[in-house]
Ligand binder design. Structure first.
Ligand SMILES: C[S@@+](CC[C@H](N)C(=O)[O-])C[C@H]1O[C@@H](n2cnc3c(N)ncnc32)[C@H](O)[C@@H]1O
Length: 218
């Protein structure tokens, strides 16, 4: 596990409850936009996992408040939500789920899944962390299983990576590490596994290219 990810998780351990409050406040700035984004994400999740039968085991990595895990559960999957920071674990429980404490880089997967969802988590990974996670998720999926993840697109930023304590609404007083990925680098990592890319697109930001979004099949 990289020092960058380790220190970022230490920051979340101290600030997770503040992070959750900030997220709520951020959504309240424009409720209609927040609802549109949520509906778009849920539609994407549903379509991307459509080959996975209801009742199958699905894991979410880095669930934070558990909202996406809750949606996955509403689709009929047997969902395991997970995170690392204690206050995230408590928030997920408050959302009616039974989370596990799981560091995807450090910890062994104890079960196999038909689907793995990892949203806005690669932002805190070095390239080495990302390759580790792509390999580990491949091993942890059943045949034909689906792995969904996204990463921030390097082509929209003038730096490869940085430590950020967002000065605006996400200010928490402690820096977190953010990494911006090249599509070609991620493609090369994926090619080192048996994954097939079944969907790829860019989305978000002013030019609809802030995020690189991958749906991979084992
Ligand atoms: C920007 S938040 C995104 C939370 C949520 N997935 C969402 O989209 O709202 C990043 C999340 O990644 C988690 N995270 C970072 N490194 C991790 C690791 N090594 N293992 C598991 N989760 C990690 C953090 O704890 C945090 O919940």
């Amino acid at each position: 596990m990289s020092l960058e990810n380790k220190k970022t998780l230490e920051a979340y351990q101290k600030t997770a409850s503040q992070y959750l409050l900030n997220s709520v406040e951020h959504n309240e700035l424009d409720m209609a936009k927040a609802e549109r984004k949520k509906a778009k994400l849920e539609d994407f999740i549903k379509r991307s996992f459509s080959t996975i039968p209801a009742g199958s085991k699905v894991l979410e990595i880095g669930s934070a408040d558990g909202e996406n895990a809750k949606y996955l559960e509403s689709l009929g999957y047997k969902v395991t939500a997970s995170d690392v920071a204690d206050d995230f674990i408590e928030a997920i429980k408050a959302n009616g789920l039974e989370p596990i404490k799981f560091n995807v880089i450090e910890d062994k997967f104890l079960e196999k899944y038909f689907g793995i969802f990892c949203w806005r988590v690669f932002v805190h990974f070095t390239k080495e962390d990302a390759l580790t996670v792509i390999r580990k998720t491949y091993d942890a999926l059943e045949k034909d299983g689906i792995f969904i993840f996204n990463a921030i697109n390097r082509e929209t930023r003038s730096v490869d990576e940085e430590w950020v304590d967002f000065p605006g609404e996400y200010h928490m007083g402690i820096d977190r590490y953010y990494n911006y990925f090249n599509q070609a680098d991620l493609d090369a990592m994926i090619a080192q596994t048996g994954y097939e890319i079944v969907d790829f697109h860019k989305e978000g930001g002013d030019e609809n290219n802030k995020w690189l979004v991958y749906v991979l099949k084992k």
